[in-house]
Design a binder for this molecule. Sequence first.
Ligand SMILES: [Zn+2]
Length: 424
Amino acid sequence: MRHYLGTLFAVVILIIPWFAFTYPNEARSILILIQNAGSQFAAVILSHNPKTITDLRSNYSAPADNQTTVQKKVRILLVPGHEPGYGGAEFADIKERNLATELARDLREYIQNNNHYQVFTTRDDTAWSPEFAAYFKNNWDSIKEWQKASHDELSHLIAVGSVTPPASKVFHNNAPQDVALRLYGITKWSNENNIDIAIHIHFNDHPGHKHNISGTHSGFAIYVPAKQYGNSVTTKAVAGTIFKRLAKYNPVSDLSGESGGIVDDPELIAVGANNTADAASMLIEYGYIYEPQILDPKIRSLFIKDLAFQTYLGLQDFFDQQNVVSMSGSFDTLVMPHEWGHPMTEKNVQTADVFALQTALLIDGVYPPAQKSKNDCPRSGSFGPCTKKALGEFQKKYNINGENGVVGEKTIEELNRRYSGKII
Ligand SMILES: [Zn+2]
């Protein structure tokens, strides 16, 4: 999304590039400071009520109220990146904004099947959800005022020497003003509607590759608020468990600045620029739009559905370990179980079979092969040197002879014994 098309968000934080407070450990004291500043300098009174880890956990586990029998829920907002019909990365006929809605739909399904959650989504492919369309229409001026007030609050803190400006790690394109204000509007709506967790869904792009030729970077990254913002600690806790799930099967971004996988960012409106967001707010770049598993139409939907599943399992790791065990059963990926039926060589493959083979080899601990990373050898659906080498290790491990570098009858039998979910 961001490094490319000029449509992304970010800076609108405009004049204030970004600043770190000089009170690194005390988010609460900063809030008090900010509240004072807000009341003195802003036309709009700002209130900050960032969600704590305890808030979230108690919303998840609180029993139904005896009087009302209304169960508390964790309120999750899914924000597919960019706008209906507008913005985001594009590669060949693939559009980031549509990948994002597809992933949001898949994730929504998992979340809403769990009655501890209530889930909201900002848009589909063609339109804003009615609630958001109405909110933008009816609150445009107050969103502007609120954005300005948040900005002024930080300006004041800078003026009195309470903040110092560090550099942002990753360059972001500026968003057009109306796009940026809608993002602020989404945050404002979230604060007013008591959202606990906001997940912004994106796929990345990177400049420097030719039109429709894949770039060199790959992998996912999760953007979280800068540590001085009120929602930082809670966001990081939730992002941490989601990160672990995604990292098991997918490469972490190898872009400089994203390489830790979880990236603090002071400027992204989505995660609470200007200390605006109360909800734990993260922006997940699920991978680069030109990665092979996205380009291949036979794999893409399964890959996206599995990203959604991993995200959901990450949420469950945060809230409810027991539920994770019972839900994922013997496999913690939707790619499994899989039944293989045809021999495979480098030249003769079904990409879905290869994708499943790579996943099985990964679970078996032989993929990616030694000295290679998941960025070197992603689960791509294509049968190349990475797969061949890992397959050799698998065959060695299970004493399969005579099928070097190809998936023959004996290898199929072993794969199906372990990964078809059937008793063979
Ligand atoms: Zn994007």
